[in-house]
Design a protein around this ligand. Structure first.
Ligand code: FAD
Length: 433
């Protein structure tokens, strides 16, 4: 006989688990669709929901302070009065431990039990740590949260630092570019991979991106792994020891006053797993094309949601735009809608004076046509696979972004590469007629 469920101390109509962008967007959308339902966001962090992209950009450079909404000089999704006006309650510093999906209750780490009508799991991810000696030394830092970004920007305020960035993903590269902007004496990027973004870019595009960094003072050790962080006499990190991936040669100690670890995230799947909700080990909480999980009245959105993508199969996308769109679709369905989640993957990244916008499904085996010239610092690389437009990387060149998105969504057939490269060719014609 199973023990009767402990009665909840209170009940809300909509329980949003995770205080990030997906939850905050879902709250906005629920309120648009349901004027009176009670909404509660339960968050591990002790901040109101904020946008993470500025943390490695404007905020890191010290150009904005937290207290404003994103785009208006701050990082927050909404300012404090909005929550009162829209009757959206937040509980900060209060992680959820598990759901009882039969009794429809959530147990918080502090023991509180909250009943819900509909729940959203939007627990995102945390920075992956490196499990090597010295990983907890002062000066070894990761960049996921507002607190992380504050600590890094305080450190970067000291000019002349020797910075080692581990990981050449977009967050690592943004941090590297901004460390140089803040006057670092040296910035060295270390990665296990053999070239920049090898899963997405062709050799030529990788070489171009790496060249842009080297031209501005960064250096790279690709095909190398860190094996230890070495402490100096003051107990802070003083060097990063790296070794060639194949173990050849002697280890090399790179001097470092700041070692920034940007090696991806670990998805926060614990709540779903503890609640008996189906989780894909690589891609997070499994949802159907309505973002509904395997449990009744529980949806998932944002980085954590592993949904059926028409090109990638079951997949999750760790992108700002996906957190917003999936938060909106989940909210629509939580309030009685019947919306399929269809979304062309998109991310943006600012590195030095290069505004990168990537749409779709880039891959190194694609046939890539460059519109304009890479050397001009304003071009679009169009990725074609099997005769179909699959992706577009726009570098300081986003005027035709909507047309490329439509073409990718439609699986539009590509014209010959000469036509595609021509400035007279309008990508909007790909989906017309
Ligand atoms: C520095 C940085 C820069 C970025 N820049 C870009 C960019 O330029 N372009 C782009 O497209 N994307 C960018 N991203 C990615 C983008 O920010 C994420 O895709 C987005 O934040 C995902 O939102 P989310 O709400 O799904 O998850 P998160 O933002 O991870 O929020 C989830 C929240 O849930 C909390 N949580 C976890 N477990 C629990 C629990 N048990 N109970 C309660 N709360 C819990 C977490 O602490 C976290 O606060 C960037 C990310 C970072 C870190």
């Amino acid at each position: 006989m199973t023990a009767p469920a402990t009665p909840p101390q209170r009940r809300v109509d909509y329980l949003l688990i995770g205080g990030g962008l997906a939850s905050a967007t879902a709250a906005e959308e629920i309120r648009k669709r349901d004027a009176s339902g009670s909404i509660l966001i339960v968050a591990s962090e002790r901040h109101a929901p904020y946008h993470r992209p500025p943390l490695s950009k404007e905020y890191l450079r010290g150009e904005i302070e937290p207290d404003g909404t994103y785009g208006a000089g701050g990082v927050y999704v909404q300012l404090p009065p909005w929550y009162g006006e829209q009757r959206v309650e937040t509980l900060q510093g209060a992680p959820v431990s598990r759901l009882d999906t039969a009794a429809k209750t959530a147990t918080l780490a502090n023991g509180e039990i909250i009943g819900y009508g509909k729940a959203l799991i939007a627990t995102g991810g945390r920075a992956r740590a490196l499990n090597i000696p010295g990983a907890t030394l002062p000066g070894v830092m990761t960049l996921r949260t507002l607190d992380d970004a504050t600590a890094i920007r305080e450190r970067l305020a000291t000019p002349g630092l020797r910075v080692v960035v581990i990981g050449s993903g977009f967050i690592g590269l943004e941090a590297a570019s901004n460390a140089l902007f803040k006057g670092a004496a040296s910035v060295t990027i270390v990665d296990l991979v053999k070239r920049a973004w090898p899963g997405m870019l062709t050799d030529d595009l990788s070489a171009w991106l790496q060249g842009e960094f080297m031209a501005r003072g960064a250096s790279f050790y690709f095909d190398h792994a860190p094996s230890a962080f070495i402490a100096g006499p003051d107990g802070r990190v003083a060097a990063v020891r790296i070794t060639a991936s194949d173990g050849s040669g002697s280890p090399l100690d790179l001097p470092a006053d700041l070692a920034l670890v940007g090696v991806g995230i670990q998805l926060n799947t614990e709540v779903a797993s503890a609640s008996g909700i189906n989780v894909d080990p690589r891609h997070g909480v499994m949802v159907d094309n309505h973002l509904h999980t395997s449990a009744p009245d529980v949806w998932a959105a944002g980085d954590i949601a592993a949904y059926p993508d028409p090109v990638m199969g079951r997949f999750h996308f760790e992108h700002w735009d996906n957190a917003i769109s999936s938060g909106q679709t989940a909210a629509a369905n939580m309030t009685g809608g019947d919306e399929c989640y269809t979304h062309v993957p998109y991310f943006f990244s600012d590195q030095f004076d290069l505004a990168l916008n990537m749409l779709g499904y880039p891959s190194p085996d694609a046939e890539v046509t460059i519109r304009s010239h890479m050397a001009s610092h304003a071009f679009t690389a169009v990725f074609v696979r099997d005769g179909v437009i699959r992706a577009a990387l726009m570098v300081n060149d986003d005027a035709q972004m909507d047309a490329w998105r439509d073409a990718i969504a439609a699986g539009a057939k590509a014209p010959d590469s000469e036509t595609l490269a021509s400035s007279d060719f309008d990508p909007a014609t790909l989906t017309q007629g």
